[in-house]
Design a protein around this ligand. Structure first.
Ligand code: 13P
Length: 251
């Protein structure tokens, strides 16, 4: 059975105090969803505090939104995978489209980040997703396949099988325009098939593939009902406790 996961990518939102209040509301409103892994990705500064807030709730974890692609050294302002792990985080998002676009992260850097994350015991959540022109010109399968081939398909099976993948069509992120369940399902099935081709059926079957891009309390149910959608990576709607909880209850 694949893990069901709902992850909250807060991006650069919330102060520590606002964030603590939000986590507390989520924890107090969370009901009978022990089999669903909930991951909060706050700004990295909040990680130690949030790790202690969620420590009594086994189905909740905390992660970082990024890590640097070098083990250690003179890189002012950056955060290493080992530092993130030492604060009790369990996950790290790698290759979010905002990082690829605004920070010009390259496939080689993303691969190194994943390797460092795995060395330090973090589970990478690796993001792929086509831009609008690729969607419009029907090149979305090849765009996503390329992103997989350029980074995670370079990993040996035992490393690849530790990953979580997230399909986040760039045209759906923060736009209010969501992929339809049909569009999500066809891409998730395509990704799973590509994994089977590259590795094997067992790996393809056990990897969780999350959907992200304007997923909210209203549309989560029909997206999560898709056979190959194992949960969501939620941006805007994860900043409101009731909405996030409703998404968690959408399986
Ligand atoms: P939105 O849910 O705000 O569209 O963001 C999705 C996302 O980028 C999650 O990583």
């Amino acid at each position: 059975m694949r893990k069901k996961i709902v992850a909250a990518n807060w991006k650069m939102n919330k102060t520590l105090q606002e964030g603590e209040a939000l986590v507390k509301s989520i924890l107090s409103g969370s009901t009978n969803s022990e089999d669903i892994t909930k991951i909060i990705f706050p700004p990295s500064l909040f990680i130690p505090d949030f790790v202690s807030l969620v420590k009594e709730n086994a189905s909740f974890s905390v992660g970082a939104q990024n890590c640097y692609h070098t083990e250690v050294g003179a890189f002012t302002g950056e955060i290493s995978a080992s530092a993130i792990a030492s604060c009790g985080a369990k996950y790290v998002i790698i290759g979010h489209s905002e990082r690829r676009e605004y920070f010009k992260e390259t496939p080689q850097q993303l691969l190194t980040k994943i390797q460092l994350a795995l060395i330090h015991g973090l589970t990478p959540v690796f993001c792929v997703g086509e831009k609008l022109p690729d969607r419009k010109s029907n090149h979305y399968f090849s765009a996503v396949k390329q992103q997989l081939s350029d980074v995670v398909f370079l990993l040996p099976e035992e490393m690849f099988s530790k990953l979580i993948l997230a399909y986040e069509p760039v045209w759906a992120i923060g736009t209010g325009e969501t992929a339809t369940p049909e569009q999500a399902q066809e891409m998730h099935a395509f990704i799973r098939f590509a994994i089977e081709e590259k590795y094997n059926k067992d790996v393809a079957k056990q990897i969780s593939v999350l959907y992200g891009g304007s997923c909210n309390a209203k549309n989560a149910k029909e997206l999560f009902a898709c056979a190959d959608v194992d949960g969501g990576l939620i941006g805007g709607a994860s900043l409101v406790a009731e909405d996030f909880l409703q998404i968690v209850n959408s399986f």
